[in-house]
Structures are given as structure tokens and as C-alpha cells.
Design a protein around this ligand. Sequence first.
Ligand SMILES: Nc1nc2c(c(=O)[nH]1)N[C@H]1C(S)=C(S)[C@@H](COP(=O)(O)OP(=O)(O)OC[C@H]3O[C@@H](n4cnc5c(=O)[nH]c(N)nc54)[C@H](O)[C@@H]3O)O[C@H]1N2
Ligand SMILES: Nc1nc2c(c(=O)[nH]1)N[C@H]1C(S)=C(S)[C@@H](COP(=O)(O)OP(=O)(O)OC[C@H]3O[C@@H](n4cnc5c(=O)[nH]c(N)nc54)[C@H](O)[C@@H]3O)O[C@H]1N2
Ligand code: SF4
Ligand SMILES: [Mo]
Length: 683
Amino acid sequence: MLTKMRDEPNGIFPAVCSLDCPDQCGLLLHKEAGKIVKIEGDPNHPVTQGAICNKVRNMTARIYDDKRLQYPMKRVGPKGEGSRFERITWEEAIETITSRWKQLITGEGAESILPYSFYGNMGRIGTEGMDRRFFNRMGASRLLYSICESAGTEGYKYTMGGSFGTDPEDTVHAKLIIMWGINAVSTNMHQVMLAEKARKNGAQIIVIDAHKNQTGRWADWFIPILPGTDTALALGIMHILFDENLVDEAFMQQYTAGHEELREHVRQYDPSVVSTITGVPARDLYRLARLYGQTSPSFIRIGNGIQHHDNGGMCVRTIACLPALTGQWLHKGGGAIKGNGSYLEHNIPALQRPDLREKEARQINMNLLGSALLELDPPIHSLYVYNSNPALVAPHANKVREGLQREDLFTVVHDLFLTETAKYADIVLPATSSFENTDFYRSYWHQYVHLQLPVMAPYGESKANVDVFRLLAAEMGYEDEALRDTDEALIRQALNHPGNPALNNISYEILLEKQFIKADVKLLFPGELKTPSGKIELYSHEMESKGFPPLPTYKPLVDEGDLPFLFIPAPNHNFLNSTFAHNEKHTRMEKTPKLHMNEVDASALGLVSGDVVRVWNDRGECELVVAAGSDVLPGVVVSQGLWADLPGNKALVNALTPDRVADMGGGATFFSGRVRVEKREVN
Ligand SMILES: Nc1nc2c(c(=O)[nH]1)N[C@H]1C(S)=C(S)[C@@H](COP(=O)(O)OP(=O)(O)OC[C@H]3O[C@@H](n4cnc5c(=O)[nH]c(N)nc54)[C@H](O)[C@@H]3O)O[C@H]1N2
Ligand SMILES: Nc1nc2c(c(=O)[nH]1)N[C@H]1C(S)=C(S)[C@@H](COP(=O)(O)OP(=O)(O)OC[C@H]3O[C@@H](n4cnc5c(=O)[nH]c(N)nc54)[C@H](O)[C@@H]3O)O[C@H]1N2
Ligand code: SF4
Ligand SMILES: [Mo]
């Protein structure tokens, strides 16, 4: 039986997964003698239906890990490698931070302070609530949250007006499913479960990826592609759709802008040209385009992999045009999902209170953290990191670490573990896990909003993000009411959003009663989109005015010179970004950090599977274990996972990744770097 009294020591308690994963599963936490002993999926959740991933099934190993931080600490040794910390009280920690900040604000100005965060916990009041209010009130430098999906989100928006796509629950009706640049078996497992249901009803599943990983192996048809060339592939499909009259003229007439211009424009993307660019044989391109043009409903799941490239924004914008050509948006289960976050958008100004900021402050792209710390003028003198581990996850990691190493940089890290970033901190603060907090969650894939209430007491002396910001605000002498609001008040303010009728059926009370509820989302079509024309913009004047080609256009990746391999350091199955990379149970499940390469390339270098290789370029190096085979095309190498700096592990893949910024959204280009590979010398 489900108990609602969270402070009871025994029982089964509802929860939601707080990780940065589209699935946002409903969970049940089993408690015995005050301790969570088991985590399982909530069978009553309509989308996730009781199934959860192995990493969260083993989450208790992380929550009760011996290495979890229990109290505030100050650094006593050197920064970074070899750092040492000493326990202090919360009073001392808050006093040390705020006195330093007061000094900085008087001397250098508030812009010398930079908050750095991401979505280690997707709870909205803790991740983009009280924190934003606090730094707005302070007038600190602002962060551009660009490390994950911003290029693709901007690209998709030019076509569709926002993150609006198919309701995933409808995708069981699709007859053709294309997983495009997404490793869904690991990163969106419930989309795979829904696709399995569709498959039982006759759907075909195609995976287009640079790596035949677990998702490619699951496909009915795997199409390998040269990285960074998907825009050309999509344009080639369009060429054939128009050429062979496989388009839905009536739909295009009514719901799109610029289809005549597009028809003309894609004539140049002849299948033979596209085949040379993408490495996809022309006959496969024809087969793919015809299948797409003749099957309805068809659904495309657009992943993040294609947009972690120099040309990633345009790539997503282009693929997002495809369902419009064949009118798929009118068929239940047809269309596409890049992200669905806009449907459930809460009242962001009410939660973040930009009005507390007295004057505009500079904005710093989080993908350029290294150069921001090393080169910005006026300099950043203090960094406050929470919900993120930039020393491991940010591109050009050696530059980031060089910046963090600065003696004059006052760094505070709030986390559950002594992460790679925390080792550079002056003050480390212990964070509660999401099961210890109150927050609300909204998925960026399905259409449910969840409430989490604390199920366990704070671990040791750890505190939630919101509580730390309330303490910091009080000690800074900020008297604004907004910085004292309770968790419940924050949630109520966020959910009260007359601008988004989809949330009309959702309130704090209803969430308290039901734990999760589906938003009242209206169908996209027939309807007006939030693009300037109200239609799907195949031609975009807005893009033109910003200097982009107004029609989908292929542009190759930035030329990094004659290094032999394009390097794709992707996520892995058992970690979530760097979360779990410090937990023994999860690293054991993941075994070793590998480098997948084509057997032809391997033998040319005299390598066999199991060899340790040095992978390097002028940004840095790392060591990985070769897995040679036919899972990747020649000229491409792929690793999986952001592995921690643990003894004997030199797999810091981000030492090699470029900190160039993608074409849109200030996005990251993790997958557009080139490297050399050589057998490690045995000393
Ligand atoms: N298990 C697990 N789940 C996760 C995460 C995790 O770390 N582990 N991370 C979470 C987060 S924050 C995110 S953003 C998502 C990311 O999850 P996904 O959306 O799946 O994106 P990635 O895993 O980054 O990349 C997906 C695929 O793109 C491929 N790829 C790379 N370049 C190209 C290309 O140019 N063309 C094509 N067609 N394919 C290419 C890669 O080989 C990879 O298989 O997953 C979330 N879920
Ligand atoms: N090479 C390469 N690099 C990548 C990627 C890639 O595919 N390849 N993916 C990129 C992407 S898509 C993303 S989204 C980023 C993600 O990068 P990050 O957002 O940094 O994600 P994590 O590495 O999981 O780190 C989250 C941290 O937040 C902490 N945390 C969790 N809950 C809380 C809390 O409530 N309070 C506080 N204060 N801390 C908490 C966790 O313990 C963890 O240390 O990584 C990027 N980096
Ligand atoms: S990480 Fe994703 S799949 Fe795993 S429990 Fe959380 S939401 Fe579900
Ligand atoms: Mo991400």
C-alpha cells in the first residue's frame, strides 16, 4: 500500500526520477527502518509503466555511498590534484562565502561572480528557482545554459516554433520509426518500449547513427552515417520525396511556409552527391526516402547526438522539416520529437524573478568556461558550482582545469560527492539528493508533471540548493520576500501560469493528491504554431535576418586539419553524464572505458581489441582500450561515458573535445573534434 506520510520509517513512497533523462520515471521507494532499501518503477505511471533503468534501480548504492559528502569543508591543501579538505560548520561556510562575495561586490562588482550549474537534478525550484532569484538580486554574471541541447532546440524552433512534437504515448501507432542520432536503448528506454509495441503492430524501426551501439543492434535497419553529415542526408530524402511526388501537397499548402522554395532548393541535393557526403549508398538513400514517403504514420525521434556538432542547429532544423513534407503531423503517432519541453512550460519569470536584477549583466557561455576563467576581462573572481561537474563534463577540460587552478579564483562547489570540480573548490558544501527534497518536475519528453516530497531525512548535514540560497541571501543582507519564499510557495508561483493553458489542470493540491498528472496539452494541428508565420517554416525569414541560410542547407564540420579520426565521446549506459561515475557499483557494471574503431583502421595501426591506446590532439590526451570491429565506419572513433578521475583511470575524454561553439544556441561541439590514436608505450 502506498503511504503518504513520508516521515514514517517504513512503507512504500511515491517519487520521481530527478535525473536529466527524458523519461522522467515514476518511482516507488521502499523504506525500512528509515532507510530506502529498494527502488522500483511505479506500475501506475502511464508512460513509464513500472520499468526503470538499471542505474536508478541501483541508486541506493549512490545515496548511501560511503564517499557521500556529509558536512561543509574548506580546502587546506593545494587546488586540484592532491587537494585536502577539513570539516567546518555551516555557519563558517556561509560566513566565509558571503564575506568574500561582499568584498568582491564592493571592489570588483557583482559581475566578477559567476554561477555555474546544470541539471544534475531536474527539480525546477532547486535548479532554476531560488538560485536564479539569488544571483539576479546579486547582479552576478549570467550563464548561458548551452552544454546540452541548445543548438538543436534553436534549430527545431526555427522550423516548429518551439519544443513541440509528438506525444510519445501516441507513437505506438506509428508504422515507421526513425531513431536519428539517439542512443535510445540507453538514453530514452521508454521510447524503445513504445517502439516495441508499435513493432508488434507491424512498425519498422530504423536507426541512423555514427555508431552501431545497443540501439543500432536493436533496429530492423541500421544506417551508418559519417558524423556531421545528417543535414545532407535529410536534404537527399527531400530531393527524392519531391522528385517522386511522395509529398503531401495539401498539408504543405495549408500548414507550411516556403515549400515551393524548398522544392527548388533541394534539386541540388542529388542522391549521388548526398551519398558521397554521407557515406550512405544511393540505393539505401532511395530505399529510406521511399519508405518514409510511403509509410504513415511515421515518427522521427531526433537525438542529441546530431546536434553536438559545429552544424548541429541546422541539422535539427532540417530533419524537423521532414514530417511536414509528408503531412505526418495529422496522423496520430506521426511527426517528430526533438524535445517536448515547451508544452509544459511553467511560469518562468514568476519562478526566476528577472525583475530582481537591477541592471543587465554579461552572459557567459558555459561551453567556454575555460577561456572565461583564463581570459575574460574584467575577470571572474568567484565561481559557484552546483548541479554540475564542469571539470569532467565541459569541453576542453584541460583549459577548464587550468582556469579552476587559478589561486585567486574563489570557488564554491555544492554537490553530493567530492567531484573533480570540487577538488578545486575553496569551500565544498554537501547537497541533499532529490529524495530528500521538495520540488516539482516536468518531463521534456512525455507530458506529465510530478511532485516530489522528501522521503528521507537529509544525509548528514547536507542541504538542498534552495535552502543554501536562502541562507546565503540572509547573510548577504538581501531582504527581498522572494528570497524567503517556501518551497511550496515557489512551486505554486511556477505552476500559476495563465500564459500556458496546458497547465490549467495542474495545481499543488492536485499534485499532492496524485503525485503526477498529465498536462492538458492540445494537439498541434490543426492550429497555429509559434513561428512568425504561424506555420511550419521550411523557409525562415527569421533565420535569414540572423544571417543563416533561410532554407535547410548542409555545411560541413569545421576542418580541424589532417588528424586521422573524428572522435565521438558519447554518453554510456550505466552513468548519467558524470553522475554514477564515482559509484563503484555503476563503474563495475560499465567495466572499462573503450574506444570503438573500425577493424581496418585498427589493423593499419597494428592494434587489436584490448590494446590500450593513447588518443590525443593539441588540446590533450586520454587512454582508452581498443574495441575493434565493424560498429563504426573507418575514420571514426567512438568512446562511451564520462569516466571519473579515479586511480589508474586516464579516460578524461573531454581533454580532447573542442570548445568551439555550434552554429546555433551557443551549443557544444563535443562530437566534432579530431584525434590521433596510437598504441600506448609500455614503460
Ligand atoms: N544512460 C544514459 N542516459 C542518458 C544520459 C547518459 O549519460 N547516460 N545523458 C542524458 C542527457 S543529459 C542527454 S542530453 C541525453 C543524450 O542522449 P542522446 O539523445 O541519445 O544523445 P547522445 O547519446 O549524445 O548521442 C546519440 C547518438 O548520436 C550518435 N552520433 C554522434 N554524432 C552523430 C552524427 O553526426 N550523426 C548521427 N546520425 N549520429 C551521431 C552517437 O553515436 C550516439 O549513439 O541522454 C540522457 N540520458
Ligand atoms: N564528452 C562529452 N561531454 C559531455 C556530453 C557528451 O555527450 N560527451 N554531454 C553533455 C551534456 S548533454 C550534458 S547535459 C552535460 C551534463 O553535465 P552535468 O550537468 O555536469 O551532469 P553530471 O555530470 O551528471 O553532474 C551533475 C552533478 O550534479 C550533482 N547534483 C545532483 N543533484 C544535485 C542537487 O540537488 N544539488 C546539487 N548542488 N548538486 C546536485 C551530481 O552529484 C553531479 O556531480 O555534460 C555534457 N558533457
Ligand atoms: S534515468 Fe531515466 S530511465 Fe532511469 S529511472 Fe531515471 S528517468 Fe527513468
Ligand atoms: Mo544533456
